[in-house]
Design a protein around this ligand. Structure first.
Ligand SMILES: Cc1cc2nc3c(=O)[nH]c(=O)nc-3n(C[C@H](O)[C@H](O)[C@H](O)COP(=O)(O)OP(=O)(O)OC[C@H]3O[C@@H](n4cnc5c(N)ncnc54)[C@H](O)[C@@H]3O)c2cc1C
Length: 816
């Protein structure tokens, strides 16, 4: 064996499909001085026993991107690296039992088309022609994905390994990583074969990722499920059909009853995601063994019985076949079922590419994304859906990760409806007035673990989970959301907003430092303003509200979900040895939004603050004897204030404002109403309207760019884009929608050609119209342009609006 390498630019820990793909893509990017360390043999974790299904289907734009890339890579890989392998592109059918499922399929077909894929929908006759053995009488239809198929996971891994080695990267097998430490700005990675010094390190340890994470002081939010598939003996009818047809059956997924069925030679492979599922290595009496390489759990067919029967009813030839083998292996889950790909939170020069539940289908795309993170610090596609920083500390609590992992596994194929919130592991972070707003009827949603009111139900309203299983706008919430929006328009509303992320930035040079990080101007003391952070390509990384308390003293306030992402962005950019201190104060402060034309009258009863101070001013005041910072802003677009307080004073201040507000028509309102209100103002939501998929200029944010500043991150790229002219533009559309508003990433059309995509959609109750925020080709962004928005397969007329907001375009109410 070659000598054990003592240095490497990047060390990857783990030689499953994902780790090896990461090595391959790093080498492809020219980073060949990389070493992969594998505890046992390549593929010995989850990869060797995976069924190897390679779907492109996903309701998430970014995950679809990643999976589409995988299929494109796998098609050419054998030839590219001279390593023959079995990759069968069989196509797949997903069955729909309900109209809502067909809507999900329509949306995915449309996203697929936008990404250049030819996904189709099929009626019962076409389903039967593609799959003659299927019982179709109760089906609404199906989705046919021609690029779906299956690959041999071990061969895939070996092919990627060969490609990586051929380019000069190294793989060391039977070499477990046992320690990691920082020394002189580098990593020292320990193994029984010796230490390696590395600039960067990647945790690709699959279901052992938590164990490897601990070597870096990182608690990974994950758990391990047991997942099974059953192989059946040869079925003579299938053999005859297949030989005549000259190909295999398409892969079949009955997503409404939660199983897949694949032709395996002339037999079948059935894989259910069962509701009565089982976590492994989740309790102290069931510890993860030190080595589980190439091992399986004992068969547990009892758990799958219902699914076996259901599949045999759907495909009766299955009922005649004997079981030949059961595979029951470990499969890791993050709390939302997506993998972790990107920077390891809080740990310098360390990355994660782990916790994959679909690691064979995603390995190709994940390798590309990981390599971009390491080599460039940013990725081609916005990959927030898989970013490790989307979870914060609370998500690593084992009981949380286990409950959520089991929930996701048991609903692996479930439809994600816009008004539904998943019930497992709730009430992790509560506002001090949680019980008060609950008593007012709050129906809660989860925002970075914080429970916030989504809407307020009245006695008799249907608040069942069942009622949320729809894409339709209408539902028990709709009337209440409207009432809440109109209360904000006509009187006043109050919204308790726990968990607003908040960072204190203080010390000599803080203003100048912030000015280099954001595209625009840093507000003067006493003022608050939006700061946009771009990357070197001028793309939108984040948006924070900057509250200037003094020349060099700020509070930066940002979305709950952005807490770790934004804190890391700031801390990474803090110059070494600077006098600027940065502190995450999220848990110390609370915020309540008071907004509506009567909000001034209400505040006047509880404070002697100067309520004539203009929009975007803030001041320290007392309410009911407690300190608070009154900030004159309103995301709802009405006269209003944010009341920032110490957490411990939330209840006192809420009670005082609530009592004073009663005679002024004060009503509580929730996040659903806020979303509708902000759409009418064209205010962007982070990672929906604001993402690295678009530049600051495309995002229509030029008014937040101060071109005459000497320098700021992204300036060069933005200047050159300005000279060229941005190819896309952010627009607000009024949509003549039907019973559903436009979901994220609906295709926008102009005369039969794709013109762009929507980012947010919803109903504006003050303007009584369905609205969408989106991106369109610049030549189609002229106000008045008539376009079409495709909503669940139907196209609806949409008109581009002038650049001002559709509600209160001159901001008169806001400034009032
Ligand atoms: C029954 C079953 C069927 C499945 N079917 C499919 C499917 O059809 N399609 C699909 O996409 N996915 C499927 N999966 C999921 C898939 O197997 C995984 O998502 C994928 O294999 C994960 O790959 P990985 O590289 O992330 O992890 P792994 O393959 O687990 O690789 C991690 C590697 O890290 C190594 N390692 C761990 N600790 C250390 C250490 N300290 N030092 C060095 N090395 C270490 C391990 O030995 C291991 O080889 C299935 C899973 C199961 C259980």
């Amino acid at each position: 064996m070659a000598e054990f390498p003592s240095t490497a630019r990047v060390v990857i820990i783990g030689g499953g499909a994902v780790g090896v793909s990461s090595l391959y893509h790093l080498a492809k990017a020219g980073w060949t001085d990389c070493v992969l360390l594998e505890k046992n043999e390549l593929t010995s974790g989850s990869t060797w026993h995976a069924a190897g299904n390679v779907p492109t289907f996903s309701a998430s734009w970014s995950v679809m991107n990643m999976q589409r890339y995988s299929t494109e890579l796998y098609r050419g890989l054998a030839e590219a690296v001279s390593y023959p392998m079995n990759y069968h592109v069989t196509g797949s059918l997903r069955l729909a039992h309900t109209a809502e499922r067909m809507r999900e399929f329509e949306r995915v077909r449309s996203m697929g088309r936008h990404q250049g894929m030819a996904i189709e929908l099929a009626g019962p006759n076409e389903i039967r022609s593609r799959y003659p053995f299927l019982e179709t009488h109760d089906l609404k239809g199906a989705l046919y994905d021609p690029s779906d198929g299956d690959i041999d996971p071990a061969q895939l891994t070996q092919a990627l390994a060969k490609g990586a080695r051929d380019m000069g990267a190294a793989i060391v097998r039977f070499c477990p990583v046992t320690g990691a430490r920082r020394d002189k700005g580098e990593w020292v990675i320990s193994t029984p074969k010796g230490d390696i010094r590395a600039e960067y390190v990647v945790n690709a340890a699959g279901y052992r990722a938590a164990e490897v994470g601990r070597l870096f002081g990182r608690a990974i939010p994950m758990m391990v499920m047991s997942h099974q598939y059953i192989l059946f003996e040869e079925i003579p009818e299938l053999k005859d059909w297949s030989e005549k047809a000259g190909h295999k059956l398409p892969l079949l997924r009955d997503v409404d009853t939660s199983w897949y069925l694949r032709q395996e030679k002339h037999g079948m492979n059935l894989g259910p995601y069962e509701k009565n599922c089982r976590a492994h290595w989740a309790t102290p009496d069931d510890p993860m063994p030190e080595d589980f390489s190439f091992q399986l759990f004992p068969d547990d067919l009892e758990r799958l019985e219902w699914y076996l029967n259901d599949a045999a009813e759907r495909v009766p030839i299955l009922g005649t076949a004997g079981v030949s083998k059961v595979i029951n292996g470990p499969i890791p889950y993050a709390p939302d079922g997506n993998p972790l790909i990107g920077p390891m939170p809080g740990v310098p020069n360390a990355f994660e590419a782990c916790v994959f539940t679909f690691g064979i289908a995603q390995a190709g795309g994940a390798g590309k994304v990981l390599a971009e993170w390491v080599t460039q610090g940013r990725t081609e596609w916005d990959m927030w859906s898989c970013d490790p920083r989307r979870f914060t500390a609370f998500a690593s609590a084992p009981d949380y990760a286990i409950a959520k992992g089991m929930e996701v596994y048991g609903h692996e194929y479930a439809i994600h409806f816009p008004r539904h919130t998943w019930p497992a592991a709730r009430d992790r972070k509560l506002s001090p007035i949680h019980d008060r707003i609950k008593a007012l009827g709050a129906q809660f949603g989860v925002y970075n673990g914080w429970e916030r009111a989504n809407w307020y139900a009245q006695p008799g309203d249907d608040v069942s989970e069942q009622s949320t299983q729809t894409f339709r706008r209408d539902g028990p919430w709709q009337k209440r959301i409207r009432e809440e929006c109109l209360a904000v328009r006509d009187a006043a509303g109050i919204l308790d907003l726990p968990g607003f992320s908040r960072f204190r930035v203080q010390g000599a040079g803080a203003r100048e430092w912030l000015s280099k990080l954001i595209t625009g101007a840093v507000p003067k003391p006493g003022r608050i303003g939006l700061g946009y952070f771009a990357d070197e390509d001028g793309r939108i990384v984040t948006e924070m509200s900057i509250m200037a308390l003094d020349e060099d003293f700020f509070f930066l306030i940002t979305a709950a979900a952005a807490e770790w992402h934004d804190f890391e962005l700031l801390s990474k950019n803090l110059p070494e040895g600077s006098e600027i201190s940065l502190k995450n104060m999220t848990e110390d402060f609370a915020c309540q939004i008071l907004t509506g034309p009567n909000s001034r009258k209400i505040l006047a009863e509880v404070t002697d603050a100067d309520l004539t101070k203009p929009w975007l001013a803030h001041q320290s005041v007392q309410i009911a004897g407690k300190w608070c910072q009154l900030v004159r802003v309103s995301f709802a677009g009405e006269l209003g204030w944010e009341i920032h307080t110490h957490v411990g004073d939330t209840a006192t201040i809420f009670d005082a404002v609530w009592a004073a507000g009663q005679k002024h028509g004060l009503k509580p309102f929730g996040m659903f109403a806020l979303d509708s209100l902000r759409l009418e103002k064209g205010y962007r939501a982070w990672k929906q309207d604001l993402s690295t998929d678009y530049t600051i200029l495309q995002g229509g944010l030029e008014r937040f760019v101060k071109w005459d500043k000497p320098d700021f991150v992204g300036k060069r790229a933005l200047l050159s884009e300005k000279q060229r002219g941005a190819g896309k533009r952010f627009v607000t559309l009024v949509v003549e929608a039907g019973e559903c508003d436009a979901p994220y990433m609906s295709t926008i059309w102009k005369r039969g050609e794709i013109a762009g995509e929507t980012l947010s959609g919803g109903f504006g109750h003050r303007v009584d119209k369905s609205l969408a925020l989106g991106m369109v080709r610049s030549d189609l962004a002229e106000p008045g342009t008539e376009l079409e928005v495709e909503i669940f397969g139907e196209r609806f007329k949409a008109i581009v609006q002038p650049e001002q907001a559709v509600w209160d375009p001159a901001n008169e109410r806001l400034r009032g």
